[in-house]
Design a protein. Structure first.
Length: 365
């Protein structure tokens, strides 16, 4: 095997596939990156739960494949001095030789025969997302997931396709996010996708403007484009009737600047070590929303101008739950909808109506 490629492209490919390698594996063979050279240069990594392949262009002199230590190979290519890299194998010595400029490295190959192949699913049955649309669907849903082994549904995003609308839904004990978008097909399906694969897809979407497709089976989901594939097992769990969690009516409706509200909550958190023990308190006063925090470290109060419609309310929240929601909102202004001091706050955009966030309150003493 021998090829020459651009160093920056090689680093990008390594960075992407390396995310499939778990630092907790008990199988040393899974610490390797599979390099295959045929028409293009393809790299693969997997940990049996998640598999990734990434292709980049290369000048190919000899086809072949090799398995190398992910850490050693990645550390070397990131430090190479020249923009071009030549990589070849010395089968007799069981070595892979890396040269760039006046730098030369030799590293031992791993046993490629022991490496488990990644089996991808059929691409024919799939849906395609525009790059920006999928980024928005992931960004405005995945933050509401939680690492809770007792409730598998919390660890993923429920993708619910009905008619020409697709919903990305995530929830945990303290919040829920529902983000939707229009799609130009009538396929209907419901799958629960691990947040890990969506996090990696989001990172790849940021590398280019290329659209991304999704295929699925009864047990797996795969995202792919012209040079990238990632596959993961689905989460096998029932999902809540999430629409029933959203109140149909409210008694108080407040419109406030997203940026100002976020900054004020972050400032209030400065006096609290434990926001579950010392919640942030929201109240309304005529044309203002008041954010109050009182804890062992001190006290804070901040008033923001707002459009207030309805009965006044005093309600407590964990600051981090609100901050998580506000950080993924692009609208200049948001609307907050309240029912009672024990009911959830519903957050919607004033400009866009393609998401709904639910934040559960904290009981005040």
């Amino acid at each position: 095997m021998k090829f020459t490629c651009n160093r920056d492209n090689l680093v990008e490919a390594v960075n992407v596939v390396q995310r499939a390698i778990s630092g907790k594996t008990t199988m040393p063979i899974l610490e390797g990156i599979l390099i295959e050279v045929v028409e293009e240069l393809k790299m693969t990594a997997n940990d049996l739960d998640l598999g990734i392949t990434y292709e980049i262009p290369a000048i190919i002199e000899e086809v072949g494949s090799v398995l190398v230590s992910s850490k050693t190979f990645a550390d070397i290519v990131r430090k190479l001095p020249d923009i071009y890299v030549t990589i070849e194998t010395s089968e007799a010595n069981n070595l892979i030789i890396i040269t760039s400029g006046k730098a030369r490295f030799e590293i031992t190959m791993m046993d490629i025969d022991e490496y488990p192949q990644v089996s991808f699913i059929d691409e024919d049955e799939s849906v395609t997302f525009e790059n920006e649309v999928l980024k928005g669907l992931i960004k405005q849903s995945i933050f509401a997931t939680a690492d809770d082994d007792t409730k598998p549904m919390f660890k993923g995003v429920f993708i619910d396709k009905e008619g020409k609308t697709i919903n990305f839904v995530a929830l945990c004990n303290s919040k829920m996010a529902v983000k939707h978008a229009a799609m130009n097909n009538d396929k209907e399906f419901k799958i629960l996708v691990p947040k890990r694969i969506l996090s990696e897809v989001y990172k790849v979407l940021q590398l280019s403007d290329e659209d991304m497709a999704m295929a699925w089976s009864n047990t797996q989901v795969m995202f792919f484009n012209s040079h990238f594939k990632i596959i993961s097992r689905l989460i096998n769990s029932d999902y809540l009737k999430y629409r029933d969690l959203i109140p149909r009516e409210d008694k108080l409706h407040v419109v406030v600047s997203t940026k100002d509200f976020l900054n004020a909550i972050e400032r209030s958190a400065l006096v609290m070590q434990d926001s579950s023990k010392y919640p942030m308190v929201l109240t309304t006063d005529m044309d203002e929303i008041v954010i109050t925090a009182k804890a062992e470290k001190g006290f804070s109060e901040e008033r923001l101008p707002a459009q207030v419609n309805g009965s006044s309310i005093t309600i407590g929240f964990n600051t981090s739950n609100f901050i998580d929601c506000l950080k993924v909102i692009d609208d200049e202004n948001i609307s907050l909808h309240f029912t009672t001091s024990l009911g959830p706050c519903i957050v919607r955009g004033e400009e866009y109506d393609d998401y709904v966030f639910l934040v559960m309150p904290v009981r005040l003493r």
